[in-house]
Write a protein that binds this ligand. Structure first.
Ligand code: B12
Ligand code: SF4
Ligand code: SF4
Length: 378
């Protein structure tokens, strides 16, 4: 405890000025958080983001994401979870992994844990500089409009895909924020008149590759996703059955989707590899590489499931949904049915879980299993 405590400023009077932000940014950088920025909560640029959120809910786009409805009011006004909050420090972390049936971010170590750990160091440095300051780390699970905050904090712009695109780094970046009671005394990274002029995806120009390439045509317009048609939502968040019209378009994806990012010209080229220090990448999960064997996943048991999702964001997918997804993916394969696939589908047909049975029936139909003499879905 420092002798200087009596001279502490009351928390309501604490401020982050540009030199302090610079010091925090260098702590962040050293810990693998790139491009630390700050935005005041009363930045007028949040208004259109809040309107977009309202339209999202009014159209029922939250689907089965109960966490979105439960936290709607706080997402609009994060000071409700930290009374006196006045600013958000926002940082980003790049990630990379092999393309495949699991989206890149979910093949890496769980970003919630990684970014949270790195933000704790920034939080500690802030508390050293401003004793008594209150703060809250927000990585995805705390209701903050992270993309809008990142854009307003000067980290990048939003693309028609809705993703935050950081200059030089592209959109394969994950976001984390530190909600703080201190006020920001510097200039806005994105001036209000700039933020309110045009659409946030102006930098996309005429390009619309992400909108056109989306396998489920999930965009209602630029930056306007309907998650209920998005592969990411269907494979990770959706707990009910998946309509055949959508299941037919999942391909072999079983957890998330990267198509709208894969086609984006801002992700082409090697600049992000050059600009990212080795320590900044979200590391691969500890332990052995997660092989994606659809047959094994279609019948995965409890302990294998735990091992498969451990230390990754895949933890969000319950075992029965991973099995459902694997069966849907097996149903989408175009190759001749192998014995191991037949066995996995047959096991699905005998399951007690209606969703698994439905996915197995679809796979059996599509792979010709039900046409074979003696085969039956009963
Ligand atoms: C719910 C959620 C989902 C849902 C719904 C996504 C959605 N588009 O709403 C589902 C499951 C589908 C999903 C999918 C994905 N997600 Co997600 N998701 C979230 C979460 C938890 C909340 C998002 C939210 O509030 N949605 C409501 C809509 C209205 O807000 P928004 O899309 O975030 O932002 C929009 C508004 O701010 C608006 N806006 C802002 N200013 C303005 C101004 C004007 C004039 C207008 C008109 C609009 C506008 O435009 C933005 C883009 O549409 C955030 C974390 C967080 N706390 O923010 C992560 C987050 C957005 N997801 C993330 C990721 C990585 C993904 C996936 C790439 C994962 C994958 N590979 O499968 C996909 C991408 C799909 C896509 N193209 O958006 C990252 C995005 C990082 C980035 N670079 O942008 C986040 C920020 C998580 C994180 N901490 O890094 N996700
Ligand atoms: S994540 Fe896939 S399904 Fe979702 S919007 Fe992007 S391309 Fe479409
Ligand atoms: S693919 Fe084109 S339209 Fe989509 S985010 Fe990238 S630049 Fe913008």
């Amino acid at each position: 405890m420092s002798d200087e405590a009596p001279t502490e400023r009351p928390p309501s009077d604490q401020a982050i000025d540009p030199p302090l932000l610079e010091r925090l940014a260098s702590v962040a950088q050293a810990r693998g958080l790139l491009r630390l920025g700050i935005v005041r909560l009363d930045h007028p640029g949040f208004a259109p983001a809040r309107d977009a959120l309202d339209r999202f809910h009014a159209a029922g786009k939250h689907g089965e994401m109960g966490f979105m409805t439960r936290t709607r009011a706080i997402r609009r006004d994060p000071a409700q979870m930290l009374p006196g909050a006045r600013s958000l420090l926002v940082a980003l972390v790049p990630y990379d992994a092999e393309p495949g049936p699991i989206a890149r971010y979910a093949r890496s170590s769980d970003y919630h844990t990684v970014i949270h750990g790195r933000l704790m160091e920034v939080e500690a440095a802030l508390r050293d500089a401003l004793p008594g300051v209150r703060s809250l780390i927000c990585v995805d699970t705390k209701p903050v409009l992270e993309r809008a905050a990142a854009m307003l904090a000067g980290l990048g712009f939003l693309g028609k895909s809705g993703c935050l695109i950081a200059p030089g780094l592209g959109s394969y970046v994950l976001l984390g924020a530190l909600l703080v009671t201190a006020r920001w005394t510097g200039a806005d990274a994105l001036a209000p008149e700039e933020a309110l002029r045009g659409a946030p995806w102006d930098a996309c120009g005429d390009c619309r590759r992400c909108l056109d390439a989306c396998p489920t045509q999930a965009f209602d317009g630029p930056g306007d996703l309907d998650p209920r048609r998005c592969v990411s939502y269907l494979t990770i968040e959706h707990r009910g059955p998946i309509a055949d019209s959508l299941a037919d378009r999942l391909g072999e994806r079983i957890a998330g989707c990267d198509v709208c990012q894969e086609v984006c010209p801002y992700n082409a080229g090697a600049a992000r590899f050059r600009l990212t220090p080795e320590a900044a990448w979200i590391p691969p999960p500890p332990g052995r590489a997660r092989d994606v064997d659809l047959v094994a996943l279609a019948t995965v048991g409890n302990s294998q499931h735990r091992a498969f999702v451990k230390h990754t964001a895949l933890r969000r997918i319950p075992r029965r949904h991973l099995r459902r997804n694997a069966l849907l993916a097996l149903g989408n394969r175009e190759t001749p049915l192998r014995a191991a696939e037949r066995a996995a589908i047959t096991r699905g047909l005998e399951d007690r879980e209606p969703q698994i049975v439905a996915a197995a029936e679809r796979a059996a139909r599509r792979r010709g299993l039900l046409d074979e003499p003696g085969s039956s879905a009963d």
